[in-house]
Design a protein around this ligand. Structure first.
Ligand code: URA
Length: 309
């Protein structure tokens, strides 16, 4: 094979280029059976999951306990397949960084994103552990994030950092990203100052494929969607957070927990009704306890009691 990439990756890349060209030519619709659209949508993830499964099954029965106890698909060896196809790359941190770097470069040259004219220039990609079990997803960067070229570093980001710390984790241990990789423009963006806006559905559509690929690379055990825009972009499902957070969701086989955006908590904190703000914080915290339980993390009595009185 000419390139080191798996043939399925190459085919998906080629298909994605064709579709983007069609879009740039002004095509807004493509006739496709619902089943085909679903298969294509889930392809990168199901490809990744299938290759992980193959690797997990090949861990020898007599492997030392430390090897079998490793996270599924994250560290297992990958032998050359017997059918003569190229070996699936071993999932190491170096591999994940390289893949994420490749996605970052594609975001930088995303013609579809530029052609919208509604997104600013600077790419704000992602931060954290490229093989994290826990992934947080927000909507789009704001002014502070654009300045530092990192997601969630402004006031909402500081709130998120406190939530992560309360879970007994650090920002370096989790993966933090956004659906949209550029700060949305207000007007023509020239006199925008520090004001921000939510991304619209077209902007989400232009960027979601990058996030889909990040998820396939990082392969988290659980995703937290922060706020309605992230939830809608990821799950294609609208509605108030109050009801979304009560339901169970999945994105390409990965469980998704929907919770309030940290800036919603900040807004409530600045309002006079302290009880309301506390109740919202408790709800977010209950969602995080659920996440910790699903990840098999220990939860102390102190942690269980946060914001309950
Ligand atoms: N809000 C988001 O959704 N993402 C960021 O990166 C910052 C604020």
């Amino acid at each position: 094979m000419m390139s080191g990439k798996h043939p399925v990756s190459l085919a998906l890349g080629a298909l994605s280029e064709i579709l983007e060209r069609e879009k740039l030519r002004g095509k807004t619709h493509l006739a496709m059976r619902e089943e085909t659209a679903k298969t294509l949508n889930e392809m990168p993830m199901s490809f990744m999951m299938a290759s992980q499964k193959a690797r997990i099954q090949t861990v020898p029965a007599a492997a030392p306990a430390s090897a079998t106890a490793k996270l599924p698909g994250k560290d297992a060896e990958s032998p050359a397949p017997a059918d003569g196809t190229s070996p699936v790359p071993e999932r190491t941190e170096a591999w994940a960084r390289k893949e994420l770097n490749a996605i970052f470069k594609e975001v930088k040259s995303c013609e579809v994103c530029r052609s919208l004219g509604t997104l600013r220039e600077t790419v704000v990609f992602a931060t954290g552990n490229p093989m994290a079990d826990l992934m947080f997803i927000g909507e789009a960067p704001g002014a502070e994030e654009e300045k530092e070229r990192k997601p969630f570093v402004g006031p909402a980001g500081q709130k998120l950092t406190r939530i992560i710390k309360a879970m007994g984790l650090s920002r370096e241990e989790v993966y933090i990203s956004n659906i949209v990789k550029f700060r949305p423009k207000k007007g023509d963006g020239r006199f925008q100052g520090t004001s921000n806006r939510k991304p619209d559905p077209t902007e989400i559509e232009a960027c979601i494929r990058f996030l889909r690929r990040e998820i396939a690379v990082v392969a988290p055990k659980i995703i937290v969607a922060l706020g309605a825009t992230a939830a809608e972009g990821l799950l294609q499902r609208g509605g108030p957070i109050s009801s979304l957070r009560e339901q169970t969701h999945e994105f390409a086989g990965v469980p998704v927990v929907v919770t309030y955006h940290p800036s919603f908590l900040l807004r409530q904190e600045s309002e006079p009704d302290a009880e309301k703000a506390r109740a919202s914080k408790r709800k977010v915290w209950e969602d995080m306890l659920k996440v910790m339980e699903q990840l098999g993390m220990p939860v102390s009595e102190k942690q269980r009691g946060f914001f309950s009185k």
